[in-house]
Design a protein around this ligand. Structure first.
Ligand code: NAD
Length: 497
């Protein structure tokens, strides 16, 4: 199965059949490939090659660069089923979500193609006669991309599609748990480059296979002016200061601890559906997964009862077979979830679900029943992101209290409120409301569209990716003052003669 997928996606067998890193599918733990860690010397050469590619690519007009991204989007449309299935094989998310991830790549390509004709700056009034000022945006350089296992392809595409139209070259260090999808994306991009013609330089995009050390080498190299890193807060805490130490820039997309405030006026049918998708979808392994339900005391009992019923009926199993919950990525993720549930019980919480499922059928696949954990207030356990389907339920009495709970975690990625009261909704999205990068009304915290800027505050890292004016992150800003007069007046009226 993997061989035929890889063949259709254009990845040669020698790229994924041999090497020191074994790639297992979370579906049953079996090995589906082996890839080889790049040596430090190879990474060094890749960076030098990326710099040369950048020097050529930056001279290609931006709308023409957009044409390459359009062709890449076409490849993705053509191979959506295959790439979506490979995402499912490699990271275990259900096929619908694997396909959704590829659709997100297609969407960002469309956005980037349009953006390639809109890389605009300002014209600014000059105080001096016969002068004009303007702002120009220029390509930045080779961009280092470090990505996480749980969204193995879309976050790369958010960065890559924009960086390419902005005139940058790409160096991608995918998660060591999901390198096959990276090789497939690279193969599809290379097909688009072949169709595009000679304007696309060799080494415009490269994949660097490796674990943490490979990411560290990219992070430390001054030839890479921007590191865009998606992953845990632990990783960002290491990457951020290292990039800053060499005065590089970083976009950090780190962990979340996302809440929903459920008010007494909410449409509970809608809310329960939203909770289900955002708390148990992707087996709780989204950065935007709903992890905390802050529910009004008057409706808590009813909501928890409805959730328990919905949780009991949900299908758990092979993510390729139409189930709604697939496996956790690996045994370590399962063990961590169990440790956290044990600690919650010890702290007096009421725990529903959380047990291993299908262990006999899949001894090496880690399927779990999603858990609902009723807690009193937010302990350190609740304030920590556990990357598994655990939904903490906390009650509140007044909206201020609920908003304070929403904000009282170290992370600041996504948040939402369910209410039909316009005052509550507007307060939540106001300056005194949610402190997160994403704040929604009457939809869950996960499943963002690419038109908006995606990212979060505090320990989520402060980075933004995707739409809005995010393209500016992949360019350098230059202020130009041009004197077209025959005089040389100085700014601020300074006389120097
Ligand atoms: P991880 O931090 O273990 O690894 C992410 C990537 O960073 C991998 O490629 C890894 O090899 C690399 N890496 C790890 N340490 C590094 C270091 N010191 N220097 C350079 N590179 C290093 O994360 P994971 O387990 O793959 O993914 C899950 C985490 O990612 C969760 O915390 C989730 O919330 C977060 N995430 C965030 C977003 C977002 O947009 N905010 C999106 C997806 C996932």
């Amino acid at each position: 199965m993997i061989d035929s997928l890889m063949q259709r996606l254009g990845v040669a067998p020698e790229q994924y059949r041999d090497g020191d890193i074994a790639v297992a599918t979370p579906i049953d733990g079996s090995e589906i490939g082996r890839v080889r860690t790049a040596t430090a010397q190879e990474i060094d050469t890749a960076i030098a090659n990326a710099q040369r590619a950048f020097e050529a690519w930056r001279q290609v007009p931006a709308p023409r660069r957009g044409e390459l991204v359009r062709l890449f989007g076409d490849q993705l449309r053509r191979h959506k089923e295959d790439l979506g299935a490979l995402v499912t094989w490699e990271c275990g998310k259900i096929l619908q979500e694997g396909l959704g991830e590829v659709q997100e790549m297609i969407d960002i390509c469309d956005l980037a193609v349009g953006q390639s004709r809109q890389l605009y700056g300002l014209t600014i009034a000059s105080e001096r006669p016969g002068h004009h000022m303007r702002e120009s945006w220029h390509p930045l350089g080779p961009i280092g991309l470090i990505t996480a296992f749980n969204f193995p392809v879309a976050p790369w595409a958010w960065n890559a599609a924009l960086a390419l139209v902005c005139g940058d070259s790409l160096l991608w260090k995918p998660s060591e748990k999901t390198p096959l999808t990276a090789l497939a994306c690279q193969a599809l991009l290379e097909r688009a480059m072949a169709e595009f013609g000679d304007d696309a330089p060799q080494y415009l995009s490269q994949v660097i296979i490796g674990e943490r050390a490979a990411g560290e080498q990219l992070t430390d190299d001054a030839r890479v002016p921007l590191i865009s890193a998606t992953g845990s807060t632990r990783m960002g805490r290491e990457v951020g200061p290292r990039v800053a130490a060499r005065f590089g820039r970083s976009i950090l997309e780190l962990g979340g601890n996302n809440a929903m405030i459920l008010t007494p006026s909410a449409d509970l049918d809608m809310a329960v559906r939203a909770i289900l998708f955002s708390a148990v979808g992707t087996a709780g392994q989204r950065c935007t997964t709903l992890r905390r339900l802050v529910v009004h005391r008057s409706i808590k009992e009813e909501v928890v009862a409805r959730l328990k019923q919905a949780y009991t009926g949900i299908s758990i199993g092979d993510p390729l077979e139409g189930n709604l919950i697939g496996p956790l990525i690996d045994r370590q993720a399962f063990d961590t979830m169990q440790v956290v549930l044990t600690q919650a019980r010890e702290q007096g919480a009421n725990v529903f679900g959380g047990q291993r499922q299908l262990a006999e059928q899949y001894p090496e696949g880690y399927y779990v029943a999603p858990a609902i954990v009723e807690v009193e207030g937010q302990s350190d356990l609740v304030r920590h992101e556990t990357f598994a389907p655990i939904l903490y339920v906390i009650d509140y009495e007044a909206l201020d209290e609920a908003i304070a709970l929403n904000n009282d975690v170290p992370q600041g990625l996504s948040s939402c409120i369910f209410t039909t009261d316009v005052r509550e909704a507007e307060t939540f999205v106001s300056a005194v409301g949610s402190d997160c990068g994403i704040a929604n009304v009457n939809i869950g915290p996960s499943g963002a569209e690419i038109g908006g800027a995606f990212g979060g505050e505090k320990e989520t890292g402060g980075g933004r990716e995707s739409g809005s004016d995010v393209w500016k992150s992949y360019m350098r800003r230059q202020t130009n003052t041009v004197n077209y007069s025959r005089e040389l007046p100085l700014a601020q009226g300074i006389k120097f003669d």
